[in-house]
Structure formats: C-alpha cells, structure tokens
Design a protein around this ligand. Structure first.
Ligand code: FAD
Length: 428
C-alpha cells in the first residue's frame, strides 16, 4: 500500500514502555506530528538493558503476586549480534565517543554499552521529555472510539486518561516460561529461571543442569560449569564421562507474552505464546489502528523491526498510509496461521520470523511506508551471526570471518554522514 497524499491527522497517542521499542515508537510518532505520552514504570529508559543485581524473590517467577523485576540481563551478558546490525537506521550503534574509557568498543559489547547507546539515542532525539517515569499502566480498554488508560504512579496514585491510540511496547522477556519436568515436585534440588540468574557465585561447587540452549542458555552454562549432557532422571554427564546428581536446574526456556493491563473483552488472546489475531504482528484487525503492538516478532533484526513497525504505525495513524479492510486483514492473518499449521510449526512459533522470513517481513513494511529495503549487509550480518552463534558458542563474540561486512556497514554509515570517521578500534 503506497503512502497517500491525504491530510495528516495529529493524534494523542500513549506508548507503553520506554525500552528500545518504545523509544523509537515515540520518536516516529512525534515525527509524524502526533502528541505522545510514554508510560514507563521504571525510573529510566532502556527497558531490558537496565541491569539490576536484584532478582525476583520467587526464583521461578511463578507467584502472580510477586514483585516483578523487569530486566532479565545477567552480569556477564554481551550482545548476541554484532553491534553494526543492531542499531537504528539513522543512529548507528558504533563505539562513541571514541575516547571514553567507560564505553565498550567491542563488536559484541556488554549490556552496559547497549544501555549507554539507548541513553544516547534518547538524549539525541530529546525523547525523555515525553516519558512519564515511575508510572505503570494497569489497565487499557476501549472507550467509545478512543482508549482509556489507567496508570499508577510510584506514590500509588491512579489516574484515568483518554487517548486516540495506544501503542504497546512493554517487552516480552520478563514473564518466564518454565519447563514441565515429570517428577519435578519430588525432586529435592533448587530451580530457577534464567530471568532470575545474575552471577555464577551462588552456584560455586554445585552441579547445575541448564535446560534450553539459545544464547542465554549457552552463556549461563559456560558461566556455571562445563556440563556435557543432562538426563531426565536428574543425573548429569560431564565431559569426562562422570555422572552425578544435580543441585540446581536453571530453566533457560524462554518467556511468554504478557499483557496484564489489556482488556479487549477477549478479542486479543495469548494462546501457546501466539498473540492474536494480529495483522502482520502489529494491528488487531477489529481494533486497528487504535491499538497496535511493536516488537512481538523474534529471530530478526530487532531494533530495525522496532523502527519500521513504529514508522508504519505512525503513518497509519496520521492517515498517510492506509490499512486494508478489517476482513482483508483477518484473511491475511488467517493465511499466516494456516501456513504455520501446514508447515507443522506450533502456535508458539507464530512470531518467529527467521533469517529469510525476517528480511521479507521488514522489506514489506518498508515498502508500505516508502522506506528503502533493509541493507544487505545488515541481513547478512544477522544470518552469519546466527550461524556463528550455533556453531561456535564459546567464541562467536570474539572471532569472526566477516570483516568485509563490517567494512560495508561503516562505509554505509560514512556515506550517509551518520559518522564522521571510521572508529580506530573497529578492526582491532
Ligand atoms: P524492553 O526492553 O523489555 O522494554 C519494555 C519497557 O516497558 C520496560 O522499560 C518496562 O519497564 C516497560 N513496561 C512494561 N510494562 C509496563 C507497564 N505496564 N507500564 C509501564 N511500563 C511498562 N536483542 C538484540 O538486538 N541483541 C541482543 O544481543 C539481545 N540480547 C538479549 C539478551 C537477553 C537475555 C534477552 C532476554 C533479550 C535480548 N535481546 C537482544 C532482545 C531484547 O529484548 C531487545 O533487543 C529489546 O531491547 C527489547 O526492547 P523492548 O522495548 O521491546 O522491551
């Protein structure tokens, strides 16, 4: 759908969350002339990347009344993708400023560097002035053709406000998914979810079974021991063949989408971790464009996706880009579900884009809003990055053979005048 030349509507829009998705959503909405309020329950921007040594009192996070700690970042975490492909299109994630020793110039920097980048981004585009910190959204519901938001500030004071539109950017790495293990109720050891893992010290001299093997699973298992395999009976096998009983199980089994504040009278559901119905993972057909979701897909260039989805939502709200009819959006959504089922994928894979799917998806959105397709080097860095992550889990953050892609990325940044020189640390 090509951008139209119709007059621009300026709407009053609420954004929930000031993480990497909410920040860029706020920027794009404001660029499109909307007035924006960002609700953020934390006291600073950055979302997941705001590390805290605190974890939740319930180590599996099963208690619905527990005090929620938002971040799932552990102390030793470094990014799982190269920084060049992680940044927003016009604010690259390059080492900056070059001579500040508190910054981490590595290609796969620590979580502190990502937070510093997001703070820089918020400062550069004056986004903080739109954020209401320490304010949690506790209820979102339709009010005629508008949306009512109930929020609660840090003094416990509640407030209801009316918005034309709500953009949900609350993140989805906070509500743990815990593996169901037969006989676990009788198992005498300790368990925790990776959401509540911070440092290896409490596990010193213990035998720990790590379940799950995506990026955080392999990091945490390297932090803790050098385990070969874990068996269902509770025993684990070390590389030297020794078999022992385990003290602790760490569930690195992922997270579930969770919108405790959202009341759509049952229209939007989360079933087996599929949020739906959603047109292109963003707009619920019957509630569009008033309600939208940024950042649900995974296995993709996340910051790029946040940015493109945000531009799309902002342009649809202003009337510059139109959505298909509700029926057409529902048809498209059902076709996606039918394809997923025909390919034998479980529902929980609905929002998994994967290397090929993600490029197609991002370029489709780019096309809707008249943006250029995602750079080839960016897609290739993601693709190569995932291969390295899978095949050299111990070394992928420090050894690579795609310097030519780094060069392409920096030449691109230079050409667009997004940087003034190639930082000296880039090629070591
Ligand atoms: P978040 O960063 O989670 O932000 C959501 C914000 O919403 C938070 O600030 C939260 O306080 C706020 N919020 C939530 N509920 C409410 C409410 N009711 N009211 C008000 N505010 C609310 N991605 C990469 O690109 N590279 C990586 O290397 C990488 N590593 C990762 C490692 C781990 C361990 C995990 C879990 C994820 C990683 N990711 C990585 C993915 C990461 O989630 C995204 O990069 C991104 O930061 C998520 O941004 P977000 O804004 O969607 O969510």
């Amino acid at each position: 759908m090509a951008p139209s030349c119709s007059p621009i509507n300026s709407l009053h829009v609420a954004v929930i969350g000031a993480g990497a998705a909410g920040l860029v959503a706020a920027r794009e909405l404001r660029r499109e002339s909307h007035s924006v309020v960002v609700f953020e329950r934390n006291t600073e921007v950055g979302g997941l990347w705001v590390y805290t040594p605190q974890s939740e009192p319930d180590p599996l996070s099963l208690d619905p009344n527990r005090t929620v700690v938002h971040s799932s970042v552990y102390d030793s975490l470094r990014t799982n993708l190269p920084r060049e492909c992680m940044g927003y299109s016009d604010f690259p994630f390059v080492p900056r400023p070059e001579h500040d020793e508190s910054r981490d110039p590595r290609r796969y920097p620590t979580h502190r560097e990502v937070l510093a980048y997001l703070r820089d981004f918020a400062r550069e585009f004056k986004l903080v002035e739109m954020v209401r910190f320490g304010t949690e959204v506790v209820r979102v519901e339709q009010d005629g053709r508008k949306w009512k938001i109930r929020s609660r500030n840090s003094d416990g004071v509640s407030r209801d406000e009316i918005f034309d539109s709500v953009v949900v950017c609350n993140g989805h790495y906070t509500e743990p998914r815990v593996a169901q293990i037969p006989g676990i109720d009788l198992w005498p050891g300790k368990q925790l979810h990776s959401h509540n893992y911070r440092v290896p010290d409490p596990f010193k001299d213990q035998v720990v079974v790590v379940i799950g093997n995506f990026a955080s699973g392999s990091d945490i298992s390297r932090d803790l021991t050098g385990i070969e395999t874990a068996r269902k009976d509770g025993s684990i096998v070390f590389k030297n063949g020794k078999v022992v009983q385990a003290d602790t199980i760490v569930h690195c089994t992922g997270y579930i989408y969770h919108f405790p504040f959202l009341n759509t009278n049952g229209y939007i559901t989360v079933e087996d971790n599929c949020v739906g119905p959603l047109y292109k993972h963003v707009f619920p057909p019957a509630l569009a464009p008033g309600l939208s979701f940024i950042g649900l897909p995974w296995m993709t260039l996340l910051f790029t996706l946040f940015e493109l989805q945000s531009k799309w939502v902002a342009a649809v709200l202003s009337g510059r880009v139109t959505l298909p009819s509700e029926d057409k959006m529902m048809e498209d959504t059902n076709a996606l579900y039918a394809k997923r089922d025909a390919n034998g994928f479980p529902k929980r894979y609905t929002h998994r884009l994967g290397v090929v799917g993600q490029a197609e998806y991002l370029n489709w959105i780019a096309d809707q809003i008249g943006e250029p397709p995602v750079e080839q080097w960016r897609n290739k860095e993601l693709e190569d990055g995932y291969v390295r992550l899978a095949t050299q889990a111990d070394t992928f953050r420090d050894k690579w053979d795609d310097d030519h892609l780094i060069a392409e990325a920096y030449e691109d940044f230079l050409r667009q005048k997004l940087i003034s020189a190639i930082p000296s640390q880039i090629f070591g």
